[in-house]
Each structure stands twice: as structure tokens, then as C-alpha cells.
Write a protein that binds this ligand. Structure first.
Ligand code: C5P
Length: 407
């Protein structure tokens, strides 16, 4: 089955709530609705009051074969349109088009129409397909709102570049209905529990090495890549222990999280959990050096220079590599120069089964962002992946882990 067919197949019988906001692109929501219905999905539609100016409820009711919901209650008979019930009904809530206004309200929790109250009470995955003029899309406020939503788990179908209703050309045009339908299909595809019964450890985030009670040495790791991997492995049925340095992220569903601060604490937690595990993914950015002495009191500033003596920390990955036997061990390498050679030498030195190389030289790769560009390297060769979301990278890594266990 082609991947597009597979995505369409996973829409059959699923309940999709389609939210429409007031954008010229609302006409494309009609096509999206038709595609979803053709793929066998049940569709209900909720519109903002302004959306009715762009596409008629009659059109959407006819296509979805369900009455359209706009108001909190029916003015004719007072029947209540329950946002809680709608949110519970849906397997997925897709807001397409999503205007800058609605994205801003979603990011700040404004609840002044049915589309928004439904968003706030939805427990299902939420997807937005932004549609707006290029400057509105590029504006720092909109970008900040999108980041806020993405951090809370909202999935974003990126707008495309092209001609806009304003007559200008640029990024902001809503993704095409077939792109959105394929995205929803992929999202709703049942994850096969291929890692059932496997116990896996994931280390993630930055460690913190205290200098005194106030200062510390750390790094820019956000933990996003490791958290995405932990979530993906758990979704495939693995029992996942996430040993996490400092991050601002929510624990992925089904994952057991152990919080640590220093490299030493991470070493203790990882080595003891590894005894019972089938494998480990070493995604944390662990400090290689820690202050040799930690002052009990805040260091006072003097006139001259200050020297802090550092000692080596344990290399957790190398330690697990030495004792792993036939178990799985996956490493990461973040390099700034001579990437390939450094990664290959780490693969050997730390006894990894494969290593994920990301280079700080690549745009969109590295610490804080939601995308990554990686190369997977094992003893039989290398696979260079294109720029993709960290979730997608996590899925590709999980595919390799599955292959490892089915050898
Ligand atoms: O040698 P380098 O630190 O670049 O190796 C990176 C890999 O080793 C990553 O997988 C990282 O999580 C792991 N590592 C570790 N313990 C350390 C240092 C790195 O587990 N002390």
C-alpha cells in the first residue's frame, strides 16, 4: 500500500471535528471535508461566527452530512451545543483554516466562541492549518503563539509559499486539503505495539553541575529530541524510563520519568535502571566536566580572576556500552566539525548499535527548535535524513530500534 493510501485507510471510521475560522481559505475546508468523508471519516463542523461570512453553513452541513455548530446554544429552541461533548466525541480536532486571531486566542486561552471552548476542553490530538497574509504569519506574535501551541502538543500543518489573497506572494497560504488529510491520516494511524514487553531507558535534557548554591555549568539542550523519542517508544508499547535533566517539557503519555540534576545523578539513575532494561537511548547532553569542589556558600567576587578546577564526569554511554552485551544502545553526537569521523569514532568507542549525528552547521538542526536534520550511522553505513520535525525523527529512530529487536 502506498503511504498516501495507508493514511487514507486510517481515516475510515474515525471521528474528525473540523473547525473553520474566518479566512478566505475557508473555501478549502469544503474540499477537506469532502476528502475526509470520502476516506470514510465521520465529520462534524464547528465554525466561528466570522467563518460564516466566508463559507455558508449550508455548504458545510451538506458536505459533512451533519448540522453545523456555531453558537453555544440554538437560538430557536435553546438546545445546548456542548463543547465538552464535542471534544469527547472527536478522535481528532483539526482547525483549518486557522487565522492569526484564533491561534492567538488558543495560545492565551480565550474562550469566546464554540470553536475555542471546544479547543480548551478537547482531549484528542489538535491540528491547526494556519492561513494568513505573509507578514501576519511572519510576525513575532504569531510565531510565538505557534511555538506556544506546539509546546503544548498542538500539531501544525505548515502553510505553503505562494500567491495570497492580498495579492502578495509568500508563506501563509493554507496547506492544500490533500496535504492536511494525509497529515491527519498519518496522525490517526494506529501505532502497532511492536515494542510490547521491551524495557527501554531514554536519557534526555541538560545536566546541571553546581559551582556553588547559586551558579552552575550547563548547556543549551532543550530535551525535545529525547522526549519525542521516549513518547514514540511508549506509543509503540515499550515500557519507557525517561531519565531527565532540566527541561521545561511535559512528560509524554505512558512514560515513567526520573528527574536528575547532575551528570553524577544521571549516571546513578541510568546504570541502575540499565540492569533491568533491554536497551537505552542516550539523548542527554551530559556535562563532561564538573567543578572539582562545590562551595557550600556563594562565591564572593574578588578583584582578580577566578579559576574553577573541573574534573571529568562519568561517561554514562561508554559505561553502558561496556556492559551491554547483546542489548541495544543508541547514542547521539552533536558535532561542529569533522562530523562524520567523530560520530564514527564514538560509535566504536562507546559500543553503540547506531548513532544519530546532528551537526550544528545545518540550519534547523540542534538544540531548541522543533526540527532536526540527522544522519543515522551504524557499522553497515549511513542514512542521511532530510530536515523533519523532531517527532518524525523520533519515529525513524524507533523504526530502527524495532528492526534491532526483530533481527
Ligand atoms: O562524547 P560525547 O559526549 O560527544 O558523546 C555523546 C553521546 O554520549 C550522547 O549519546 C550522550 O548522551 C552520551 N554521553 C553520556 N555521558 C556523558 C557524555 C556523553 O551518556 N558523560
Amino acid at each position: 500500500m502506498a503511504s498516501g493510501d495507508a493514511a487514507a485507510a486510517s481515516l475510515a471510521g474515525r471521528r474528525i471535528l473540523l473547525g473553520i475560522t474566518g479566512s478566505i481559505a475557508a473555501y478549502k475546508a469544503a474540499m477537506l471535508c469532502r476528502l475526509l468523508k470520502t476516506a470514510g471519516a465521520e465529520v462534524r463542523v464547528v465554525m466561528t461566527p466570522l467563518a460564516k461570512q466566508f463559507i455558508t453553513p449550508l455548504t458545510m452541513a451538506t458536505l459533512s452530512k451533519n448540522p453545523i455548530l456555531v453558537e453555544f446554544f440554538d437560538p430557536e429552541n435553546g438546545a445546548w451545543n456542548s463543547h465538552v461533548a464535542l471534544g469527547e466525541w472527536a478522535d481528532c480536532y483539526v482547525i483549518a483554516p486557522a487565522t492569526a486571531n484564533t491561534l492567538a486566542k488558543m495560545a492565551t486561552g480565550v474562550a469566546d466562541n464554540l470553536l475555542l471552548t471546544t479547543y480548551l476542553s478537547a482531549r484528542c490530538p489538535v491540528v491547526v492549518a494556519p492561513a494568513m497574509d505573509l507578514d501576519m504569519y511572519a510576525h513575532a506574535a504569531t510565531q510565538q503563539n505557534l511555538r506556544t501551541l506546539a509546546d503544548r502538543g498542538v500539531r501544525i500543518v505548515e502553510p505553503a509559499e505562494g500567491e495570497l489573497a492580498s495579492g502578495l506572494s509568500g508563506k501563509g497560504r493554507m496547506a492544500e486539503p490533500d496535504t492536511i488529510a494525509a497529515f491527519l491520516g498519518g496522525l490517526l494511524a494506529e501505532k502497532k505495539k511492536t515494542l510490547n514487553g521491551k524495557r527501554l531507558i531514554v536519557t534526555a535534557g541538560a545536566t546541571i553541575e553546581a559551582i556553588d548554591p547559586v551558579r552552575f555549568i550547563s548547556n543549551h539542550s532543550s530535551g525535545k529530541m529525547g522526549y519525542a523519542i521516549a513518547g514514540e517508544l511508549a506509543a509503540r508499547g515499550a515500557e519507557v524510563t525517561l531519565i531527565s535533566g532540566r527541561t521545561a517539557l511535559a512528560t509524554p503519555p505512558g512514560v515513567e520519568r526520573v528527574d536528575v540534576l547532575s551528570a553524577e545523578e544521571m549516571y546513578e539513575a541510568a546504570t541502575s535502571a540499565f540492569d533491568e532494561a533491554d536497551g537505552a537511548v542516550m539523548c542527554a547532553a551530559v556535562a563532561d566536566y564538573t567543578p572539582a569542589e562545590v562551595s557550600d556558600t556563594k562565591l564572593k567576587k574578588g578583584d582578580g580572576e577566578l579559576f574553577i578546577r573541573l574534573r571529568r564526569t562519568h561517561d554514562i554511554a561508554a559505561e553502558l556500552g561496556a556492559r551491554k552485551g547483546s542489548r541495544l544502545l543508541v547514542g547521539f553526537a552533536l558535532e561542529t566539525d569533522d562530523e562524520q569521523a567523530h560520530a564514527e569514532s564514538k560509535l566504536e568507542r562507546k559500543n553503540f548499535d547506531f548513532i544519530v549525528l546532528n551537526s550544528l552547521r545545518d540550519a534547523g538542526a540542534g538544540f531548541q527548535g522543533d526540527t532536526n536534520k540527522v544522519t543515522l550511522i551504524d557499522r553497515s553505513g549511513r542514512e542521511e535524513l532530510p530536515l523533519m520535525s523532531k517527532r518524525e525523527v523520533a519515529a525513524r529512530i524507533a523504526d530502527r530500534i524495532e528492526t534491532f529487536f526483530t533481527r
